[in-house]
Design a protein around this ligand. Structure first.
Ligand SMILES: C[S@@+](CC[C@H](N)C(=O)[O-])C[C@H]1O[C@@H](n2cnc3c(N)ncnc32)[C@H](O)[C@@H]1O
Length: 364
């Protein structure tokens, strides 16, 4: 790696590039291990050394494939091997990263996005062509809402009502007394359900354009016996006028950058928020200018997510603003202001790598 200010040499780039290529391959196999249940099997077998057969049988998979997968994991130093017995183990300090529901498992959840992107790879290639399609429809992404709710579940279950809402005492008090809350782009409605359960005096609306996601939310609400939450299928850009000045708190998590008509949706949110209401926009945190994200590996992952999903689904719609995942703080602030919001603060909530834009209405 070249030192800051030094010019990178051919050999230095070769080393960096070959690491990148190798890690790409290992990532794919690691994702396979997560989705096939191989890591679950290793965790179940504890950190004791095991044979290929024991691991394959525990996972209910074919031994020969499992042996090859273990070859990848051992070479990549993810699974350990005892050279005397040729038996395998997953050391305790690595377990939580592959244990579903643990706070370390976010990375593993993110890794499995690769398979969803792989499924649209050829169609995306066509979109890039000058005479190709504008973008990709949500329906191209099989199981999108499962993937998405896996992404947001740790935040919702461990942070949303435990520390995020309490970080805004004025909102928390009002939620306890009873207000009207909108979870816009609610997906499967995990946050809507958490609000409804934790603040029984409040009424919650989960709104999403996807019927499949809305049905899922409705089912869970029914199972939980919640009567203070409703799920509505609607395009956020078409929220009717009779909602004007009726919502006390609006929450969006990872939604606005995906919207083809984010400008129109933000105007609608401003219209429906009460004069003393609060809008929490939680969205991807990065800079707007590429030059300010240079040499930032985390941002390189975010731009990949954008290419393969967020940008492509947004551009699918006619007249899209095409924000992309990395629209960044500067552009986000500009859009919020143009829609009539004042950005009171931008903070990083505990347990999330995203930015929280806490907004109120500019009163005319
Ligand atoms: C990235 S997902 C986030 C879902 C949810 N907030 C979560 O954290 O799991 C974005 C959501 O916005 C929804 N969406 C996209 N365009 C929409 C629109 N025009 N109106 C309402 N919802 C929309 C999608 O269906 C999807 O559920």
């Amino acid at each position: 790696m070249a030192e800051a200010g030094e010019k990178e040499t051919h050999d230095q780039f070769e080393k960096r590039f070959s690491t990148l290529v190798i890690h790409g391959f290992v990532s794919l196999s690691t994702s396979l291990g997560i989705q096939s249940g191989l890591f679950d099997a290793l965790i179940k077998l504890k950190d004791e050394e095991r044979t290929v057969k024991e691991i394959a049988d525990t996972a209910g998979l074919k031994e020969r494939y499992v042996k090859e997968w273990l070859g990848v994991m051992v070479a990549a130093d993810i699974v350990d091997i005892n050279p005397e017995t040729e038996k395998y183990s997953l050391p305790p300090h690595r377990i939580t990263f592959f244990q579903s529901g643990s706070s370390d498992s976010n990375l593993a959840v993110t890794l499995t996005d690769l398979t969803m992107y792989g499924a649209v790879y050829k169609k995306l290639l066509d979109c890039l062509k000058k005479d190709g399609p504008q973008g990709l429809s949500y329906s191209e992404y099989t199981d999108f809402h499962t993937v998405m709710s896996n992404h947001s579940s740790i935040w919702v279950l461990q942070h949303l009502v435990q520390d995020f809402i309490p970080s805004m005492p004025q909102i928390e008090e009002r939620m306890k007394s009873g207000i009207r809350i909108l979870d816009l782009g609610c997906g499967r409605g995990l946050a809507s359900l958490a609000f409804a359960e934790s603040y029984p005096n409040s009424t919650v609306v989960g709104l999403d354009i996807s019927q499949e996601a809305i049905n899922y939310g409705k089912e869970r609400a029914k199972e939980k016996g919640l009567t203070n939450v409703e799920f509505i299928r609607e395009d956020a850009a078409c929220i009717p006028d009779d909602w004007n000045n009726t919502i006390d708190y609006i929450y969006t998590f990872n939604v606005i950058h995906d919207l083809a008509h984010a400008d129109k949706v933000l105007l609608a949110l401003n219209r429906i928020l009460k004069p003393d209401g609060v809008f929490s926009m939680i969205d991807i945190d990065c800079k707007t200018k590429h030059s300010e994200n240079a040499s930032n590996e985390y941002c390189s992952m975010l731009y990949t997510m954008s290419l393969f999903h967020c940008l492509a689904i947004s551009l699918f719609f006619e007249g899209s603003v095409g924000l992309g995942t990395c629209w960044g703080r500067e552009k986000a602030t500009e859009f919020l202001k143009d829609a009539g919001f004042q950005v009171d603060s931008i903070t990083k909530p505990v347990g999330s790598s995203q930015a929280h834009y806490m907004c109120t209405k500019i009163l005319k």
